[in-house]
Write a protein that binds this ligand. Structure first.
Ligand code: IPE
Ligand code: IPE
Ligand code: MG
Length: 250
């Protein structure tokens, strides 16, 4: 994969830089259907999905979005056929190894969120290497949710907080939203303001349950491998036309 530097880098003129989402999250769905429509094995769809993600990251960076979170593998995805799961783990590892230098050069700060200890050890090594190598980068935050489940994240936060109470490190009264957030995988990362799901499914599938409280939702029927700059442009335009009230009145 090479960077497509011929694409326009400026924000399209009908988008307002002041009203861009700061953090976009994507549920990259539809790889399997994309492949099936072409009579190809599902893994071909996953491979194409990586290209889409790379283009989207590039686009976010060009247009000034500060953070992009991508749902790569859910805690429920272990229930897929073993060969597909193994392929995905191998794909994550290979892509990370292949793309790391470019991410360093481009100023991308990469994070992984999820129950990472359950991942293959060789993948964990690549993840640690990538996070360490990019930790001082500032151009864009790129967060990959791998073996991620919103419920598991919340339970893990509860356990850590309960343990601190038990050991008298904090009091019950110290537990508030801000303390809770600091115990999530996403500690220190602002909540997404726009969530995009491809392939038409109207559900969140255990993604960022806490963080999504006030995200604007955008669902497109386009399958993930076909989600391009024009589609993203459309999603941003839609976002800019929304009136976010946060429970208040005008
Ligand atoms: C999303 O595409 C990728 C992952 C969940 C890893 P799917 O594999 O879910 O594709 P569909 O939904 O079967 O088409
Ligand atoms: C959500 O997609 C998980 C990822 C994109 C990694 P799924 O395809 O697993 O979700 P469901 O099964 O349609 O809810
Ligand atoms: Mg799916």
């Amino acid at each position: 994969m090479t960077l497509n530097s011929s694409l326009p880098k400026q924000l399209p003129s009908d988008l307002d830089v002041q009203r861009l989402p700061k953090h976009v999250a994507v549920i990259m769905d539809g790889n399997g259907r994309w492949a099936k429509q072409r009579g190809l094995p599902r893994i071909v769809g996953h491979r194409r999905g990586v290209d889409t993600l790379k283009s989207l990251l590039r686009c976010c960076k060009d247009w000034g979005v500060q953070a992009l979170t991508a749902y790569a593998f859910s805690t429920e995805n272990w229930g897929r056929p073993l060969d597909e799961v193994e392929f995905l783990m191998m794909l994550f590892e290979r892509v990370l190894r292949r793309e790391l230098q470019e991410m360093i050069d481009e100023g991308v700060q990469i994070h992984f969120v999820g129950d990472l200890e359950a991942l293959p050890l060789t993948l964990q090594t690549e993840i640690q290497r990538a996070m360490t190598a990019t930790k001082d980068n500032h151009t864009i935050k790129f967060i990959v949710a791998t073996n991620y489940g919103g419920r598991r994240e919340i339970i893990q936060a509860c356990r850590n907080i309960a343990s601190k109470v038990q050991h008298n490190q904090i009091n019950l009264d110290d537990i508030d939203e801000s303390l809770f957030e600091r115990h999530l995988y996403t500690a220190g990362i602002i909540d997404p303001d726009l969530l995009i799901r491809t392939s038409g499914e109207m559900r969140v599938s255990n993604f960022l349950l806490w963080q999504m409280a006030y995200a604007e939702l955008y669902v497109t029927k386009t399958l993930w491998p076909d989600f391009d700059r024009d589609e993203f442009h459309q999603a941003l335009k839609d976002f800019q036309d929304r009136h976010r009230r946060f429970g208040k009145v005008n």
